[in-house]
Structure formats: structure tokens, C-alpha cells
Design a protein around this ligand. Structure first.
Ligand code: ZN
Length: 441
């Protein structure tokens, strides 16, 4: 794989009118263009770190940053490109500017990929920014770190790829981020359209940070806070189904990506990595940002209420408010089909939590899942507290304040509760429930 970056002053436009924030250095912006070329051994079908097969659509992408062009450390340009091209790189990657031995070493160590040329000194910074999506998890991070500035990634169309995803309202999410009143930098990019299949999206989960990486010198970043919560970090959330993942290659500090970001002087920081989505939603909806929180990518004036994500988040929302489910979605709908089948489920800990706490769950689309899972208020109590090892892996400059926040606002798990994290996914879900004393019935 070969990677080339160039910059010019320009503007990717928004694709929609009326969504530009007006305070961006007199409207001036810089567009960074990345072109990558596959080597003979590379292939257009590759794999995300989480195992998902990905088909390449095109070999260019752009990132628009506010302000005039400025020098960017080669490791930041290289790592930003790596978050996009890693899935399709088989043997080596050649950057257009020499990178540090530290970054090249992290790529070789983490992926078995030769990286170079080597020839610059490593970078360092000191501040912390939040990669802010507008969802409950990143709003919870904002509540933990009330002074940290936001970097928001906004999807824009790609000139060579037709956009069949116009229902994805990235302009609405960017507007809500601006309405938080927090210090905000928006990075606009079409990098998600490098992905043809399964659909446009981040080639690696870390591509959401491509803009933040290119801004790291300008913002003097020495860390980047992301909203990945306990399910994603420790319970193998999402496509990584239902198992304890202390060595998670995406989010563990000692994993491949953690080491690569640290080598570029922007270590990953997961302030809510020790708490479940029940806690992040409680923190987000109890914060100053509650009116700007939006997890649905479809709605304009509010969440659409009909997509799978809205259904999942409504289950958690109803559970933390101990109230009945409010949804018009019926079991026959495609988005509800998953819950008519037996576990394991992605995000199963939160399905258990919802089934335990929502009154009348048996008469909802989650009724069958509730019968399979048999979760109780006692068996899900651990999901309301913080897993202590998650705080211990926060980089030192920010660890103390995050520990203090968790102690004051959430509380830490007992040893028995921490064992629930560390035995997650061992055996079948049924045997876990039967062998833990608090769920015996
Ligand atoms: Zn929705």
C-alpha cells in the first residue's frame, strides 16, 4: 500500500444548505486529499480489526479542516491514513513522508505490516479533546470532562461515489454539536465512501478520529477521548459478540490500535470504558447537553423512533427511568426480528438490563428475549457501577479526575460484580445466569 497526502485551500461544501457554523476563521478551510494505491499483494476485500469483511469502493478521500493550511506531523498524517487503509493492506505500507520509528514499530508489532520510510522524531502534545458524535456515550464523556474541547466528524459526499444514504443526517448531528456551546472543531470528510460493502462507514472504527489526528498539532493534543463504553471495551460489544475482551485489539491500551495512537502522541482515552450504556445514558440525560443528545442518524427534529438503534436505545432509556417501553415497533418489523430469536445478542448486557427493569416487558417486542434471558434486577445490578480496571488504564494525566468522577457519580463494582465482567460469555448465557448466586430462583 502507498499513501500520498496533499493539501489545498478549499471547501467540501455541506451537501445541504444552512448547516455551516459561521465562526470558522472567516469561512476559510483547508482540504487534505489522500490518495492510496494498492500493491500487487493487496486486495479490495479486506477485514476490519473486528473481523468484518470490507470491500473497497475507491482509493481517494478528503478531510476538510477549518483555517489556513499548516504543517502536520508526518505520524499524524500516516496514522489518519492507516485508519482508512489498514483493512486492505497485506504486507507493507509506504507513506509519502518519513514517519517515526515508534509509529512504524507499532504498525509492525500490531499488524505484522512493514511500515516506512522511517526518519522523523516522535511527536508529543499535552491537551485532551473529545471525539464527540452527539450520542449518549460521547455526551457522557463530555459530562465527565466538562472543560475538554470537542472534535466532531461530519460525513460529506464523495465526488466519485453516488450517495445512496441521504437519510443519514450528518448535518443535523453537526448542528446539534454546535448547539452544545462547547469549544468545537468540525472535520468534514468523505472517507466513509471508501467502503462499498457492507455499506459506507468507517473502514476501521478509528477512522472517526482521522480529523482529530490531523488537528492534533493545532489543538496540542496529547490524548483523544472517545465514548466507547464497557460493552465495547470489555464485553466484546457489537460484532465482537458476548465475551470478555481484556486484550481488545481496538480499544485496549496495549492492543494494536492503542499502541499506534500512543506512538503518534495521541493515546486513546476511554473515560466511560468502565460503565455500561445504562450509566452513559443516565449521565448524558442528566447533563447540560441533554437537549443535544441524539443517537439516531435519521431524524431531523428528533430521533426517528422507527430504526433498530432507536428501539435499542429506547429499551435502555425506559429501563433507567423504570417505565414501560414507548414504541410503535411491532415484533414483525425487520428491526425487531432479532429479539424474537434466542441469544447471544450483540449488546446482550443491555438487553438483559432492559428486560430486568422495564415494567411489562413480556408484552413488548422484547418479550421473547426476556423469556430467554431470565434477567433480574439483582442479576443486572453490576451494570450500574464502574469496572475499576477501566479507570486504571486511563493515561496518567487524566486518571485521577476520572476516578474521582466515577467514585462520586457512579460508584465502583464490588469484586463479585467485577467477576461478572470477567466471566462474561464463558459458557452459555443460560449457565452464567444459573451459576451466579444472585440469580438463582
Ligand atoms: Zn432512529
Amino acid at each position: 500500500m502507498r499513501v500520498f497526502w496533499t493539501a489545498d485551500s478549499g471547501d467540501l461544501g455541506s451537501g445541504r444548505s444552512g448547516d455551516r457554523d459561521g465562526d470558522r476563521d472567516g469561512g476559510r478551510s483547508t482540504v487534505w486529499h489522500c490518495v492510496f494505491r494498492l500493491d500487487a499483494e493487496d486486495a479490495i476485500t479486506g477485514f476490519c480489526t473486528d473481523g468484518q469483511a470490507l470491500k473497497l469502493a475507491t482509493n481517494t478521500f478528503r478531510v476538510e479542516l477549518p483555517g489556513a493550511p499548516y504543517e502536520i506531523h508526518p505520524d499524524l498524517l500516516a496514522l489518519a491514513a492507516w485508519t482508512v487503509v489498514a483493512p486492505w493492506t497485506r504486507r507493507r505500507i509506504v507513506f509519502d513522508r518519513p514517519v517515526s520509528a515508534e509509529l512504524a514499530g507499532a504498525i509492525e508489532e500490531g499488524w505484522g505490516i512493514g511500515a516506512g520510510p522511517v526518519g522523523c522524531s516522535p511527536r508529543a502534545g499535552s491537551g485532551l479533546a473529545i471525539s464527540y458524535s452527539g450520542g449518549a456515550d460521547s455526551a457522557a464523556v463530555a459530562a465527565v470532562l466538562p472543560d475538554a474541547p470537542f472534535v466532531h466528524f461530519q460525513r460529506v459526499s464523495h465526488p466519485r461515489v453516488p450517495n445512496r444514504w441521504t437519510h443519514y443526517r450528518s448535518d443535523v448531528l453537526a448542528r446539534l454539536a454546535a448547539e452544545t456551546g462547547r469549544e468545537l472543531t468540525v472535520a468534514r470528510s468523505d472517507l466513509e465512501f471508501t467502503l462499498a460493502e457492507p455499506r459506507p462507514g468507517y473502514p476501521e472504527h478509528h477512522a472517526v478520529a482521522a480529523g482529530a489526528l490531523l488537528l492534533a498539532d493545532e489543538l496540542d493534543l496529547g490524548g483523544l477521548a472517545l465514548g466507547y463504553e464497557m460493552g465495547s471495551r470489555w464485553l466484546g460489544g457489537g460484532r465482537y459478540l458476548h465475551r470478555y475482551t481484556p486484550d481488545n485489539p481496538m480499544w485496549a491500551p496495549h492492543g494494536a490500535w492503542g499502541q499506534a495512537f500512543a506512538a503518534a502522541g495521541v493515546p486513546l482515552v476511554l473515560p466511560v470504558g468502565g460503565v455500561s450504556e445504562a450509566v452513559t445514558m443516565r449521565l448524558a440525560l442528566g447533563s447540560d447537553l441533554k437537549d443535544q443528545v441524539r443517537w439516531c442518524l435519521r431524524g431531523v427534529d428528533g430521533p426517528c423512533g422507527t430504526c433498530g438503534k432507536c428501539l435499542y436505545k429506547e429499551l435502555i432509556h425506559a429501563a433507567i427511568e423504570r417505565r414501560p417501553l414507548r414504541t410503535t415497533i411491532t415484533p414483525e418489523r425487520g428491526v425487531a426480528r432479532r429479539w424474537q430469536q434466542p441469544p447471544p445478542y450483540g449488546g446482550q448486557e443491555m438487553i438483559e438490563y432492559g428486560c430486568a427493569w422495564v415494567p411489562g416487558i413480556e408484552d413488548t417486542v422484547f418479550g421473547r428475549a426476556a423469556a430467554f434471558l431470565n434477567a433480574t434486577e439483582e442479576s443486572t445490578a453490576w451494570l450500574e457501577r464502574c469496572y475499576p480496571p477501566a479507570v486504571e488504564e486511563i493515561p496518567e494525566p487524566w486518571r485521577e479526575r476520572i476516578r474521582d468522577f466515577m467514585a462520586a457519580e457512579v460508584g465502583f463494582m464490588s469484586d463479585d460484580e467485577a467477576r461478572r465482567v470477567e466471566t462474561w460469555g464463558i459458557g452459555t448465557p443460560g449457565t452464567i445466569l444459573e451459576t451466579t448466586p444472585e440469580t438463582s430462583s
